[in-house]
Design a protein. Structure first.
Ligand code: NAD
Length: 482
Protein backbone atom coordinates (compact mmCIF):
# COMPACT_ATOMS: atom_id res chain seq x y z
CA UNK A 1 0.00 0.00 0.00
CA UNK A 2 1.24 3.49 -0.82
CA UNK A 3 2.93 5.23 2.12
CA UNK A 4 2.32 8.96 2.38
CA UNK A 5 5.48 11.00 2.89
CA UNK A 6 6.43 14.46 4.03
CA UNK A 7 8.39 16.89 1.89
CA UNK A 8 10.70 19.01 4.02
CA UNK A 9 13.67 21.12 2.95
CA UNK A 10 13.56 19.61 -0.53
CA UNK A 11 13.64 15.99 0.71
CA UNK A 12 11.01 13.26 0.96
CA UNK A 13 10.77 11.58 4.37
CA UNK A 14 8.36 9.15 6.03
CA UNK A 15 6.65 10.68 9.09
CA UNK A 16 7.77 8.94 12.27
CA UNK A 17 4.76 9.51 14.56
CA UNK A 18 3.06 6.63 16.37
CA UNK A 19 -0.35 7.65 15.05
CA UNK A 20 -1.60 7.42 11.52
CA UNK A 21 -4.54 6.21 9.50
CA UNK A 22 -5.56 4.44 6.35
CA UNK A 23 -6.68 6.42 3.34
CA UNK A 24 -9.91 4.89 2.08
CA UNK A 25 -11.29 5.11 -1.44
CA UNK A 26 -14.86 6.10 -0.50
CA UNK A 27 -16.20 4.71 -3.77
CA UNK A 28 -15.05 1.16 -2.97
CA UNK A 29 -14.55 1.30 0.79
CA UNK A 30 -11.04 -0.17 0.26
CA UNK A 31 -7.82 1.17 1.78
CA UNK A 32 -5.52 2.67 -0.85
CA UNK A 33 -2.76 4.26 1.23
CA UNK A 34 -1.45 4.70 4.72
CA UNK A 35 -0.70 8.12 6.22
CA UNK A 36 1.63 8.21 9.22
CA UNK A 37 1.42 11.41 11.27
CA UNK A 38 4.36 13.73 11.83
CA UNK A 39 5.95 14.16 15.25
CA UNK A 40 6.43 17.51 16.97
CA UNK A 41 10.13 17.35 16.05
CA UNK A 42 9.25 16.83 12.40
CA UNK A 43 6.94 19.86 12.45
CA UNK A 44 9.72 21.90 14.07
CA UNK A 45 12.21 20.77 11.41
CA UNK A 46 9.79 21.77 8.64
CA UNK A 47 9.19 25.20 10.16
CA UNK A 48 12.95 25.66 10.60
CA UNK A 49 13.51 24.79 6.93
CA UNK A 50 10.85 27.30 5.88
CA UNK A 51 12.31 29.97 8.15
CA UNK A 52 15.86 29.44 6.85
CA UNK A 53 14.68 29.51 3.24
CA UNK A 54 12.90 32.83 3.74
CA UNK A 55 15.74 35.39 3.34
CA UNK A 56 16.89 34.06 -0.02
CA UNK A 57 13.35 33.56 -1.33
CA UNK A 58 12.27 36.99 -0.17
CA UNK A 59 15.22 38.53 -2.05
CA UNK A 60 14.34 36.63 -5.25
CA UNK A 61 12.89 39.25 -7.63
CA UNK A 62 9.12 39.03 -8.11
CA UNK A 63 9.62 38.53 -11.84
CA UNK A 64 11.69 35.41 -11.09
CA UNK A 65 9.06 34.16 -8.66
CA UNK A 66 6.49 34.76 -11.41
CA UNK A 67 8.49 32.49 -13.74
CA UNK A 68 8.19 29.70 -11.17
CA UNK A 69 4.41 30.20 -11.42
CA UNK A 70 4.52 29.80 -15.22
CA UNK A 71 6.55 26.63 -14.82
CA UNK A 72 4.21 25.34 -12.11
CA UNK A 73 1.22 25.94 -14.36
CA UNK A 74 2.85 23.97 -17.18
CA UNK A 75 3.73 21.04 -14.92
CA UNK A 76 0.17 20.96 -13.53
CA UNK A 77 -1.23 20.96 -17.08
CA UNK A 78 1.04 18.04 -18.05
CA UNK A 79 -0.34 15.93 -15.20
CA UNK A 80 -3.89 17.27 -15.34
CA UNK A 81 -5.70 13.96 -15.99
CA UNK A 82 -3.59 12.04 -13.51
CA UNK A 83 -4.27 14.71 -10.87
CA UNK A 84 -8.03 14.53 -11.46
CA UNK A 85 -7.96 10.74 -11.04
CA UNK A 86 -6.00 10.88 -7.78
CA UNK A 87 -8.40 13.48 -6.43
CA UNK A 88 -11.50 11.49 -7.42
CA UNK A 89 -10.17 8.30 -5.96
CA UNK A 90 -9.43 9.68 -2.51
CA UNK A 91 -12.49 11.90 -2.06
CA UNK A 92 -15.10 10.08 -4.14
CA UNK A 93 -16.23 12.85 -6.50
CA UNK A 94 -16.71 12.28 -10.22
CA UNK A 95 -13.83 12.67 -12.62
CA UNK A 96 -15.55 15.66 -14.21
CA UNK A 97 -15.81 17.36 -10.81
CA UNK A 98 -12.14 16.65 -10.10
CA UNK A 99 -11.20 18.11 -13.47
CA UNK A 100 -13.04 21.26 -12.39
CA UNK A 101 -11.16 21.24 -9.09
CA UNK A 102 -7.75 20.92 -10.76
CA UNK A 103 -8.68 23.63 -13.29
CA UNK A 104 -9.64 26.04 -10.48
CA UNK A 105 -6.31 25.29 -8.78
CA UNK A 106 -4.34 26.06 -11.94
CA UNK A 107 -6.21 29.34 -12.30
CA UNK A 108 -4.83 30.55 -8.96
CA UNK A 109 -1.31 29.83 -10.23
CA UNK A 110 -2.09 31.68 -13.49
CA UNK A 111 -3.25 34.76 -11.62
CA UNK A 112 -0.16 34.74 -9.40
CA UNK A 113 2.08 34.70 -12.47
CA UNK A 114 1.15 38.40 -12.57
CA UNK A 115 2.81 39.04 -9.20
CA UNK A 116 5.13 41.88 -10.32
CA UNK A 117 2.02 43.91 -11.17
CA UNK A 118 -0.13 42.62 -8.30
CA UNK A 119 2.48 43.41 -5.68
CA UNK A 120 3.19 46.99 -6.69
CA UNK A 121 2.68 49.58 -3.98
CA UNK A 122 1.66 53.23 -4.10
CA UNK A 123 3.61 56.45 -4.18
CA UNK A 124 3.10 60.18 -3.74
CA UNK A 125 5.67 62.89 -4.24
CA UNK A 126 5.77 66.02 -2.08
CA UNK A 127 3.91 64.76 0.96
CA UNK A 128 5.72 67.80 2.34
CA UNK A 129 8.17 70.06 0.57
CA UNK A 130 10.99 67.84 -0.77
CA UNK A 131 9.57 64.75 0.92
CA UNK A 132 8.32 61.75 -1.07
CA UNK A 133 6.50 58.68 0.09
CA UNK A 134 6.15 55.12 -1.24
CA UNK A 135 4.58 51.95 0.04
CA UNK A 136 6.25 48.63 -0.58
CA UNK A 137 4.52 45.32 -0.15
CA UNK A 138 6.92 43.07 1.67
CA UNK A 139 6.61 39.34 2.36
CA UNK A 140 6.27 38.49 6.03
CA UNK A 141 7.95 35.13 6.54
CA UNK A 142 6.52 31.65 7.07
CA UNK A 143 2.87 30.77 6.41
CA UNK A 144 0.97 27.51 6.80
CA UNK A 145 -2.23 26.11 5.25
CA UNK A 146 -4.46 23.68 7.15
CA UNK A 147 -6.90 22.06 4.75
CA UNK A 148 -10.28 20.27 4.80
CA UNK A 149 -11.18 16.98 3.13
CA UNK A 150 -13.58 18.13 0.46
CA UNK A 151 -11.24 19.79 -2.06
CA UNK A 152 -7.98 17.94 -1.43
CA UNK A 153 -6.23 19.26 -4.53
CA UNK A 154 -7.55 22.80 -4.68
CA UNK A 155 -7.79 24.28 -1.19
CA UNK A 156 -4.02 24.25 -0.42
CA UNK A 157 -3.56 25.78 -3.89
CA UNK A 158 -5.80 28.70 -2.97
CA UNK A 159 -2.99 29.71 -0.63
CA UNK A 160 0.38 28.32 -1.70
CA UNK A 161 0.66 30.26 -5.01
CA UNK A 162 -0.05 33.74 -3.55
CA UNK A 163 2.10 33.06 -0.48
CA UNK A 164 5.03 31.95 -2.62
CA UNK A 165 4.62 34.56 -5.31
CA UNK A 166 4.65 37.34 -2.71
CA UNK A 167 7.94 35.96 -1.35
CA UNK A 168 6.91 33.95 1.71
CA UNK A 169 7.83 30.35 2.44
CA UNK A 170 5.12 27.81 3.05
CA UNK A 171 3.93 24.67 4.82
CA UNK A 172 0.89 22.57 3.89
CA UNK A 173 -0.94 20.27 6.28
CA UNK A 174 -3.50 18.39 4.18
CA UNK A 175 -6.58 16.76 5.66
CA UNK A 176 -5.41 13.41 7.05
CA UNK A 177 -8.41 11.83 5.34
CA UNK A 178 -7.22 12.79 1.83
CA UNK A 179 -3.44 13.27 1.70
CA UNK A 180 -2.86 11.81 -1.80
CA UNK A 181 -3.62 14.89 -3.92
CA UNK A 182 -1.04 16.96 -2.04
CA UNK A 183 1.54 14.16 -2.48
CA UNK A 184 1.10 14.74 -6.15
CA UNK A 185 1.16 18.53 -5.87
CA UNK A 186 4.46 18.26 -4.00
CA UNK A 187 5.91 15.83 -6.56
CA UNK A 188 5.19 18.58 -9.07
CA UNK A 189 6.61 21.29 -6.79
CA UNK A 190 9.74 19.14 -6.42
CA UNK A 191 10.23 19.34 -10.20
CA UNK A 192 10.20 23.16 -9.97
CA UNK A 193 13.62 23.11 -8.29
CA UNK A 194 12.72 25.79 -5.80
CA UNK A 195 15.36 26.52 -3.18
CA UNK A 196 15.01 23.85 -0.42
CA UNK A 197 12.60 24.82 2.36
CA UNK A 198 10.49 27.23 0.29
CA UNK A 199 7.63 24.69 0.24
CA UNK A 200 7.08 21.95 2.79
CA UNK A 201 4.48 19.25 3.32
CA UNK A 202 3.73 17.89 6.80
CA UNK A 203 1.13 15.18 7.19
CA UNK A 204 -0.89 14.56 10.30
CA UNK A 205 -4.08 15.30 12.18
CA UNK A 206 -5.09 17.98 14.62
CA UNK A 207 -1.87 17.72 16.66
CA UNK A 208 0.16 18.71 13.64
CA UNK A 209 -2.32 21.50 12.86
CA UNK A 210 -2.02 22.83 16.40
CA UNK A 211 1.78 22.54 16.38
CA UNK A 212 1.87 24.78 13.31
CA UNK A 213 -0.72 27.10 14.76
CA UNK A 214 1.19 27.73 17.96
CA UNK A 215 4.71 27.66 16.53
CA UNK A 216 6.48 30.97 17.24
CA UNK A 217 8.25 30.88 13.87
CA UNK A 218 5.02 30.60 11.86
CA UNK A 219 3.79 34.10 11.01
CA UNK A 220 0.37 33.28 9.68
CA UNK A 221 -2.18 30.58 9.00
CA UNK A 222 -4.70 30.03 6.21
CA UNK A 223 -7.37 27.60 7.36
CA UNK A 224 -10.41 25.99 5.72
CA UNK A 225 -12.71 23.55 7.53
CA UNK A 226 -15.70 23.32 9.83
CA UNK A 227 -16.89 26.32 11.83
CA UNK A 228 -15.93 24.76 15.18
CA UNK A 229 -12.32 24.29 14.04
CA UNK A 230 -12.26 27.64 12.21
CA UNK A 231 -13.22 29.41 15.41
CA UNK A 232 -10.51 27.59 17.36
CA UNK A 233 -7.88 28.40 14.72
CA UNK A 234 -8.84 32.07 14.75
CA UNK A 235 -8.71 32.31 18.56
CA UNK A 236 -5.35 30.51 18.80
CA UNK A 237 -3.85 32.58 16.02
CA UNK A 238 -4.93 35.74 17.82
CA UNK A 239 -3.51 34.42 21.10
CA UNK A 240 -0.16 33.66 19.48
CA UNK A 241 -0.09 36.89 17.46
CA UNK A 242 -0.39 35.48 13.96
CA UNK A 243 -2.11 36.63 10.81
CA UNK A 244 -5.07 34.40 10.12
CA UNK A 245 -7.76 33.78 7.55
CA UNK A 246 -10.10 31.07 8.79
CA UNK A 247 -12.86 29.80 6.51
CA UNK A 248 -15.62 27.79 8.18
CA UNK A 249 -18.80 25.89 7.41
CA UNK A 250 -21.90 26.96 5.53
CA UNK A 251 -25.63 26.66 5.13
CA UNK A 252 -26.55 28.26 1.86
CA UNK A 253 -29.97 29.69 1.03
CA UNK A 254 -31.36 29.92 -2.47
CA UNK A 255 -34.46 32.00 -3.25
CA UNK A 256 -36.69 30.91 -6.11
CA UNK A 257 -38.98 33.77 -7.03
CA UNK A 258 -42.38 33.28 -8.70
CA UNK A 259 -41.04 34.77 -11.95
CA UNK A 260 -38.02 32.44 -12.12
CA UNK A 261 -37.52 30.32 -15.24
CA UNK A 262 -38.24 27.00 -13.53
CA UNK A 263 -36.52 24.80 -16.13
CA UNK A 264 -33.26 26.77 -16.04
CA UNK A 265 -33.45 27.10 -12.24
CA UNK A 266 -33.84 23.36 -11.70
CA UNK A 267 -30.89 22.68 -14.00
CA UNK A 268 -28.67 25.11 -12.10
CA UNK A 269 -29.78 23.86 -8.69
CA UNK A 270 -29.23 20.19 -9.48
CA UNK A 271 -25.58 21.10 -9.96
CA UNK A 272 -25.57 23.32 -6.90
CA UNK A 273 -27.11 20.80 -4.50
CA UNK A 274 -25.66 17.51 -5.74
CA UNK A 275 -22.28 18.53 -7.19
CA UNK A 276 -19.54 16.79 -5.14
CA UNK A 277 -22.46 14.98 -3.45
CA UNK A 278 -23.30 18.22 -1.66
CA UNK A 279 -19.92 18.28 0.10
CA UNK A 280 -19.13 21.79 -0.99
CA UNK A 281 -19.19 24.94 1.11
CA UNK A 282 -21.09 26.63 -1.74
CA UNK A 283 -23.72 23.90 -2.12
CA UNK A 284 -27.37 24.93 -2.19
CA UNK A 285 -29.05 23.58 0.92
CA UNK A 286 -32.22 25.49 1.85
CA UNK A 287 -34.21 26.21 -1.29
CA UNK A 288 -36.82 28.82 -0.43
CA UNK A 289 -39.72 28.91 -2.82
CA UNK A 290 -41.44 32.28 -2.78
CA UNK A 291 -45.19 32.63 -3.39
CA UNK A 292 -46.88 30.29 -5.82
CA UNK A 293 -43.78 28.81 -7.47
CA UNK A 294 -43.51 26.04 -4.88
CA UNK A 295 -45.43 23.17 -6.49
CA UNK A 296 -44.08 23.76 -10.00
CA UNK A 297 -40.53 23.96 -8.75
CA UNK A 298 -40.89 21.00 -6.36
CA UNK A 299 -42.23 18.64 -9.02
CA UNK A 300 -39.57 19.53 -11.58
CA UNK A 301 -36.76 19.44 -9.00
CA UNK A 302 -37.73 16.05 -7.57
CA UNK A 303 -38.11 14.59 -11.07
CA UNK A 304 -34.62 15.83 -12.02
CA UNK A 305 -33.16 14.59 -8.71
CA UNK A 306 -34.51 11.10 -9.39
CA UNK A 307 -32.68 11.04 -12.71
CA UNK A 308 -29.23 11.41 -11.18
CA UNK A 309 -27.03 8.33 -11.41
CA UNK A 310 -25.05 7.81 -8.24
CA UNK A 311 -21.93 5.73 -8.77
CA UNK A 312 -18.17 5.32 -8.51
CA UNK A 313 -16.57 8.65 -9.38
CA UNK A 314 -14.01 7.13 -11.74
CA UNK A 315 -16.59 5.25 -13.78
CA UNK A 316 -18.18 6.88 -16.82
CA UNK A 317 -21.88 7.52 -16.37
CA UNK A 318 -21.66 8.38 -12.67
CA UNK A 319 -23.25 11.78 -12.18
CA UNK A 320 -22.82 11.88 -8.41
CA UNK A 321 -20.00 10.15 -6.58
CA UNK A 322 -19.57 8.78 -3.07
CA UNK A 323 -19.68 10.51 0.30
CA UNK A 324 -16.08 11.09 1.35
CA UNK A 325 -16.02 8.86 4.44
CA UNK A 326 -17.99 6.35 6.46
CA UNK A 327 -18.13 8.92 9.26
CA UNK A 328 -19.69 11.58 7.01
CA UNK A 329 -22.14 9.04 5.60
CA UNK A 330 -23.30 8.00 9.07
CA UNK A 331 -23.62 11.64 10.14
CA UNK A 332 -25.71 12.59 7.08
CA UNK A 333 -27.94 9.54 7.44
CA UNK A 334 -28.45 10.52 11.07
CA UNK A 335 -29.51 14.03 10.01
CA UNK A 336 -31.98 12.59 7.50
CA UNK A 337 -33.48 10.55 10.33
CA UNK A 338 -33.69 13.72 12.43
CA UNK A 339 -35.45 15.51 9.58
CA UNK A 340 -38.07 12.77 9.40
CA UNK A 341 -38.55 12.83 13.19
CA UNK A 342 -38.94 16.60 13.14
CA UNK A 343 -41.81 16.27 10.69
CA UNK A 344 -40.36 17.28 7.33
CA UNK A 345 -41.82 15.40 4.37
CA UNK A 346 -39.24 13.10 2.76
CA UNK A 347 -40.02 13.24 -0.97
CA UNK A 348 -36.91 11.42 -2.12
CA UNK A 349 -34.87 9.19 0.17
CA UNK A 350 -31.27 8.75 -0.95
CA UNK A 351 -30.72 6.05 1.64
CA UNK A 352 -32.46 3.64 -0.73
CA UNK A 353 -29.79 4.05 -3.40
CA UNK A 354 -27.45 1.08 -3.90
CA UNK A 355 -24.42 0.94 -6.15
CA UNK A 356 -24.37 -2.76 -7.04
CA UNK A 357 -20.75 -2.91 -8.25
CA UNK A 358 -19.40 -1.32 -5.08
CA UNK A 359 -21.39 -2.61 -2.12
CA UNK A 360 -18.78 -1.37 0.37
CA UNK A 361 -18.68 2.18 -1.01
CA UNK A 362 -20.14 5.11 0.95
CA UNK A 363 -23.10 6.02 -1.22
CA UNK A 364 -26.15 8.13 -0.63
CA UNK A 365 -28.50 9.25 -3.38
CA UNK A 366 -30.16 12.66 -3.81
CA UNK A 367 -32.49 13.34 -0.91
CA UNK A 368 -35.27 15.93 -0.90
CA UNK A 369 -37.32 17.15 2.04
CA UNK A 370 -40.43 19.25 1.58
CA UNK A 371 -42.35 21.38 4.07
CA UNK A 372 -39.19 21.93 6.12
CA UNK A 373 -39.71 24.08 9.19
CA UNK A 374 -37.16 26.92 9.14
CA UNK A 375 -36.30 26.29 12.80
CA UNK A 376 -35.72 22.52 12.43
CA UNK A 377 -32.29 20.92 12.76
CA UNK A 378 -31.94 20.10 9.05
CA UNK A 379 -32.82 23.69 8.14
CA UNK A 380 -30.26 25.16 10.57
CA UNK A 381 -27.29 22.76 10.65
CA UNK A 382 -24.76 22.19 7.93
CA UNK A 383 -25.53 18.75 6.43
CA UNK A 384 -22.66 18.64 3.93
CA UNK A 385 -24.29 15.96 1.80
CA UNK A 386 -26.80 15.59 -1.06
CA UNK A 387 -29.77 16.59 1.07
CA UNK A 388 -32.05 19.41 -0.05
CA UNK A 389 -34.66 21.24 2.00
CA UNK A 390 -37.62 22.92 0.35
CA UNK A 391 -38.85 25.76 2.51
CA UNK A 392 -41.90 27.84 1.67
CA UNK A 393 -42.07 31.61 2.07
CA UNK A 394 -45.14 33.75 1.40
CA UNK A 395 -43.17 36.61 -0.07
CA UNK A 396 -39.68 38.04 -0.53
CA UNK A 397 -39.70 39.68 2.92
CA UNK A 398 -40.45 36.41 4.67
CA UNK A 399 -37.75 34.66 2.64
CA UNK A 400 -35.19 37.34 3.53
CA UNK A 401 -36.02 37.04 7.22
CA UNK A 402 -35.05 33.35 7.03
CA UNK A 403 -31.84 34.12 5.16
CA UNK A 404 -30.94 36.91 7.57
CA UNK A 405 -31.53 34.69 10.62
CA UNK A 406 -28.83 32.17 9.71
CA UNK A 407 -25.63 32.19 11.75
CA UNK A 408 -23.79 31.08 8.60
CA UNK A 409 -23.20 33.50 5.73
CA UNK A 410 -21.08 31.87 3.09
CA UNK A 411 -23.06 32.02 -0.15
CA UNK A 412 -26.58 32.67 -1.37
CA UNK A 413 -28.40 32.95 -4.67
CA UNK A 414 -31.64 34.23 -6.11
CA UNK A 415 -33.42 32.95 -9.21
CA UNK A 416 -35.62 35.63 -10.73
CA UNK A 417 -36.41 37.54 -13.91
CA UNK A 418 -36.58 40.81 -11.97
CA UNK A 419 -33.52 43.02 -11.84
CA UNK A 420 -35.08 44.94 -8.98
CA UNK A 421 -35.50 41.83 -6.80
CA UNK A 422 -32.04 40.59 -7.71
CA UNK A 423 -30.57 43.92 -6.70
CA UNK A 424 -32.50 43.93 -3.43
CA UNK A 425 -31.32 40.38 -2.65
CA UNK A 426 -27.67 41.15 -3.38
CA UNK A 427 -27.93 44.31 -1.29
CA UNK A 428 -29.34 42.57 1.78
CA UNK A 429 -27.72 39.11 1.65
CA UNK A 430 -25.51 38.65 4.73
CA UNK A 431 -23.34 36.11 2.87
CA UNK A 432 -20.31 37.39 0.98
CA UNK A 433 -20.67 35.25 -2.13
CA UNK A 434 -23.85 36.09 -3.98
CA UNK A 435 -25.35 34.57 -7.12
CA UNK A 436 -28.07 35.89 -9.43
CA UNK A 437 -29.45 33.02 -11.49
CA UNK A 438 -26.28 31.10 -10.58
CA UNK A 439 -26.30 27.98 -8.38
CA UNK A 440 -22.67 28.06 -7.28
CA UNK A 441 -21.55 31.63 -6.69
CA UNK A 442 -17.83 30.77 -6.62
CA UNK A 443 -15.49 33.73 -6.99
CA UNK A 444 -12.83 32.94 -9.59
CA UNK A 445 -9.11 33.06 -8.81
CA UNK A 446 -8.85 36.80 -9.64
CA UNK A 447 -11.54 37.64 -7.05
CA UNK A 448 -11.33 36.73 -3.37
CA UNK A 449 -13.18 33.82 -1.78
CA UNK A 450 -14.74 33.61 1.67
CA UNK A 451 -17.90 34.24 3.66
CA UNK A 452 -19.05 36.17 6.71
CA UNK A 453 -20.51 35.54 10.21
CA UNK A 454 -19.57 32.00 11.34
CA UNK A 455 -18.50 31.02 7.82
CA UNK A 456 -15.38 33.17 8.04
CA UNK A 457 -13.16 34.48 10.80
CA UNK A 458 -10.64 37.12 9.81
CA UNK A 459 -10.48 40.09 7.49
CA UNK A 460 -8.69 39.15 4.30
CA UNK A 461 -10.06 36.30 2.23
CA UNK A 462 -8.60 33.57 0.04
CA UNK A 463 -6.85 34.13 -3.31
CA UNK A 464 -7.44 37.14 -5.58
CA UNK A 465 -6.41 40.65 -4.50
CA UNK A 466 -7.07 40.10 -0.78
CA UNK A 467 -4.49 37.31 -0.69
CA UNK A 468 -1.82 39.79 -1.75
CA UNK A 469 -2.77 41.93 1.25
CA UNK A 470 -2.88 38.89 3.53
CA UNK A 471 0.60 37.65 2.65
CA UNK A 472 2.34 41.05 2.65
CA UNK A 473 3.01 43.93 4.96
CA UNK A 474 2.69 47.43 3.52
CA UNK A 475 5.74 49.40 4.53
CA UNK A 476 5.52 53.16 4.17
CA UNK A 477 8.87 54.73 3.26
CA UNK A 478 9.11 58.52 3.58
CA UNK A 479 12.23 59.96 2.00
CA UNK A 480 14.02 63.30 2.05
CA UNK A 481 17.49 63.98 0.62
CA UNK A 482 19.57 66.86 1.99
P1 NAD B 1 -12.41 19.96 9.94
O1 NAD B 1 -12.60 21.25 10.63
O2 NAD B 1 -12.81 18.71 10.63
O3 NAD B 1 -10.88 19.75 9.54
C1 NAD B 1 -10.17 20.69 8.76
C2 NAD B 1 -8.69 20.61 9.11
O4 NAD B 1 -8.50 20.98 10.46
C3 NAD B 1 -8.06 19.23 8.96
O5 NAD B 1 -6.80 19.38 8.37
C4 NAD B 1 -7.97 18.71 10.38
O6 NAD B 1 -6.87 17.87 10.57
C5 NAD B 1 -7.81 19.98 11.19
N1 NAD B 1 -8.44 19.92 12.52
C6 NAD B 1 -9.58 19.29 12.86
N2 NAD B 1 -9.86 19.51 14.16
C7 NAD B 1 -8.88 20.30 14.64
C8 NAD B 1 -8.60 20.87 15.92
N3 NAD B 1 -9.39 20.67 16.96
N4 NAD B 1 -7.49 21.63 16.04
C9 NAD B 1 -6.69 21.87 14.98
N5 NAD B 1 -6.89 21.34 13.76
C10 NAD B 1 -7.97 20.57 13.59
O7 NAD B 1 -13.17 20.11 8.52
P2 NAD B 1 -13.44 18.97 7.43
O8 NAD B 1 -14.48 18.03 7.93
O9 NAD B 1 -12.15 18.41 6.91
O10 NAD B 1 -14.04 19.86 6.23
C11 NAD B 1 -15.40 20.07 6.02
C12 NAD B 1 -15.80 21.45 6.46
O11 NAD B 1 -15.04 22.41 5.74
C13 NAD B 1 -17.25 21.80 6.20
O12 NAD B 1 -17.78 22.43 7.34
C14 NAD B 1 -17.19 22.79 5.03
O13 NAD B 1 -18.24 23.71 4.96
C15 NAD B 1 -15.89 23.47 5.30
N6 NAD B 1 -15.36 24.08 4.09
C16 NAD B 1 -15.46 25.44 4.01
C17 NAD B 1 -14.99 26.09 2.88
C18 NAD B 1 -15.10 27.58 2.78
O14 NAD B 1 -14.63 28.13 1.79
N7 NAD B 1 -15.68 28.26 3.75
C19 NAD B 1 -14.44 25.35 1.82
C20 NAD B 1 -14.35 23.97 1.94
C21 NAD B 1 -14.82 23.35 3.09
Amino acid sequence: MKQIRNYVNGEWTTPKGKDGQEVIDPGTGEAIAQVPFSTADEVNAAVKAAREAFPEWRATPPVTRARYMFKLKNLLEERFEEAAKVCSQEVGKTLEESRGEVRRSIEVVEVMAGIPSLMKGQSLEDIAAGLDCVTWRQPIGVFAAIAPFNFPFMVPLWFLPPALATGNTFLVKPSEQVPLSQQMVFEILDELNLPPGVVNLVNGGRDVANALLTHPEVNGVSFVGSTATARHIYAEAARTGKRVQSLGGAKNYILIMPDADVGATVKALIGSCYGCAGQRCLAGSNLITVGDVHDRFRDAFVAASKNITTGYGLEPGSQMGAIASRRSLDRIRGLIETGVKEGAKLLLDGRQVKVEKHPKGFYLGPTVFDEVAPTSTIAREEVFGPVVNLVRARDFEEAMRLVESSPYANAGSIFTASGKMAREFAYRLPASMCGVNIGIAAPMAYFSFGGARTSFFGDLKAHGPESIDFYTDRKVVSTRWF
